[in-house]
Design a protein around this ligand. Structure first.
Ligand code: SF4
Length: 326
């Protein structure tokens, strides 16, 4: 948890590994997917090469971010095993894996818990109206399916990150209902560590012809979400999608306290380069905000992890020991 009254803003030094861009959904705002069969899957040896290069950099989180294979596809098991093996490899090399690969079965989540320090899935928006528009060809964006993931992660004691995608056709009331649903489910399991508020930011690949969510509205959204969400849930915003420095500061003033994973590429929004650590510090410091790195698992969840995972986590906590939130 990051104290909303403190002057600390966190980020995760991260690198995103993509097992495959292939995805059977066709969300019209997507700038990530390829058609199934179009992009080769990442091999373990190629991943090992990437991870070896990262050993000398200050990267602790490996975000495993994948396009989805249909649950009934004959390729599902191979896809899942590749994700599992990539997590296990990253872990064995001393990194902290966090997987976001769309809706999973209970058994898949249970297995991935062994090789992930936390996991994530955006709720985006719960209104079923979007199934007729941006999610018309996206079967895994059925709201109940995604809410069920939040429930299962709670039952399995998996520290979880979720969030909203803003500006994809929802009303303001839809937005608050989604935030309230997150708050409600958290009160049963106390497992949500962060909620991301992500403004829709058009990219070159997408078909959805709509303006970006106005980042100038973000502070008000953050402020209201902060009132709805329990204090122990941190609000995260992606700084590369809030171009204006003053409005980034306004978002922090409104209650956002985390800037998410910062790495070379934002795979979900490849047209919006990440702002790197030094530049972020230069924006935050004059306003007396201190930017500090964090792990992809918050300290209050360490006891939920296996002994093997706890050893790697504790190693990273020692490395980042100079910071008070780790
Ligand atoms: S947004 Fe995610 S689920 Fe939707 S098409 Fe893109 S990769 Fe697939």
């Amino acid at each position: 948890m990051t104290d909303a009254n403190s002057a600390i803003v966190t980020y995760s030094p991260a690198y995103t590994i993509v097992p495959t861009y292939d995805c059977f959904n066709r969300c019209t705002y997507c700038n990530f997917r390829t058609n199934p069969g179009e992009s080769p899957w990442l091999t373990l040896s190629a991943a090992a090469e990437i991870l070896k290069r990262l050993k000398n950099e200050k990267v602790c989180e490996i975000l495993i971010l994948s396009g989805e294979v249909h649950p009934n596809s004959p390729q599902r098991q191979t896809w899942f095993q590749r994700i599992y093996d990539l997590c296990a490899l990253a872990l064995a090399m001393g990194f902290l894996p966090h997987t976001n690969a769309g809706p999973l079965s209970f058994a898949e989540m249970q297995k991935l818990k062994n090789v992930n320090v936390s996991m994530g899935l955006m709720l985006e928006q719960l209104t079923p109206a979007l199934l007729k528009t941006v999610h018309r060809q996206a079967p895994s964006k059925v709201p109940e399916l995604r809410l069920q993931q939040l429930q299962w992660s709670g039952e399995l004691q998996i520290p979880f990150t979720t969030g909203l995608l803003l500006g994809i056709g929802e009303t303001a009331d839809d937005c608050w209902e989604t935030v309230e649903a997150i708050s409600h489910i958290h009160q049963s399991y106390h497992h949500i560590q962060e909620v991301i508020l992500q403004p829709h930011s058009p990219g070159n690949q997408q078909k959805f012809d709509a303006p970006p969510f106005d980042p100038h509205q973000l502070p008000a959204v953050i402020s209201k979400a902060r009132q709805i969400l329990p204090a122990e849930i941190t609000i995260q915003i992606p700084p590369n999608l809030v171009k204006d420095e003053q409005w980034l500061l306004a978002c922090i003033e409104a209650g956002a306290r985390d800037l998410g994973g910062i790495g070379p590429i934002d795979e979900v929004n490849p047209d919006y380069p990440h702002i790197q650590e030094q530049e972020l510090k230069e924006i935050l410091q004059p306003a007396r905000w201190e930017l500090v790195p964090r792990l992809p698992v918050y300290p209050q969840f360490d006891s939920w992890l296996s002994k093997e995972l706890q050893i790697v986590v504790s190693h990273w906590r020692k490395i980042f020991t100079s910071t008070s939130v780790l």
